[in-house]
Design a protein around this ligand. Structure first.
Ligand SMILES: Nc1ncnc2c1ncn2[C@@H]1O[C@H](COP(=O)(O)OP(=O)(O)O)[C@@H](O)[C@H]1O
Ligand SMILES: O=C(O)C1=C[C@@H](OP(=O)(O)O)[C@@H](O)[C@H](O)C1
Ligand SMILES: [Mg+2]
Length: 173
């Protein structure tokens, strides 16, 4: 089975995916890390030197490549992955795939992202909690219809990573 973790930036896709992999003894792939490895460049530098459109093309290409695998994989995608290039349908239609939305409220995301914005080119320029809250409000509104299509929804607000993993396991098995 391939378990795909989706959700907004800083909802915990990468870090929860890494922990879940150890629990389930699955392989782990982070789509951003895979792109960085293939491009031999950070996501920030791909955005800067090649542009977002190029990044989205690579993202869609490597998503399809990973979903072809027959192995057990936890796949953490980027926050934008489900929202471009028909990728959400690709995820939903792939055989042996379970999609999980790590769902968070705007205040949770704004507070986290203000501290963790440096490596996220879409929000790195945002300075105050107020601006971050306004940006996420608009951005999440554009994206939520994609995220909501995931088969399983798990709320992350106020939870430790281990509690989120428990909730995911309860939903999965
Ligand atoms: N439930 C949580 N409690 C505390 N910190 C968290 C939690 N989930 C994620 N984090 C931290 O928030 C940051 C962003 O998480 P990350 O896994 O990179 O999110 P994503 O891949 O969805 O952007 C990381 O530093 C991570 O360790
Ligand atoms: O939301 C987005 O469009 C993006 C999210 C990032 O991944 P994380 O959600 O893991 O931060 C990364 O793919 C890139 O910076 C674009
Ligand atoms: Mg990530």
């Amino acid at each position: 089975m391939i378990i795909v973790l989706i959700g907004y930036m800083a909802s915990g896709k990468t870090s929860i995916g890494k922990k879940l992999k150890d629990k389930l003894n699955y392989n782990f792939i982070d789509l951003d890390d895979l792109i960085e490895e293939k491009e031999d460049m950070s996501v920030t530098n791909v955005f800067k030197t090649k542009g977002e459109v190029y990044f989205r093309k690579q993202e869609a290409y490597y998503l399809k490549e990973v979903l072809k695998s027959k192995e057990d994989i936890i796949l953490s995608v980027g926050g934008g992955t489900p929202c471009y290039s028909n990728n959400m349908n690709t995820i939903l239609e792939a055989p042996h795939v379970k999609s999980i939305y790590l769902k968070a409220t705007i205040p949770t995301l704004a507070e986290k992202l203000l501290r963790k914005k440096a490596k996220r080119p879409l929000i790195a320029h945002i300075k105050t909690l107020e601006e971050m809250t306004e940006f996420i409000g608009k951005h999440l509104f554009e994206r939520i219809s994609f995220y909501n299509q995931a088969e399983i929804h798990v709320s992350i607000d106020g939870k430790e990573k281990d509690d989120i993993i428990e909730d995911i396991l309860l939903e999965l098995f």
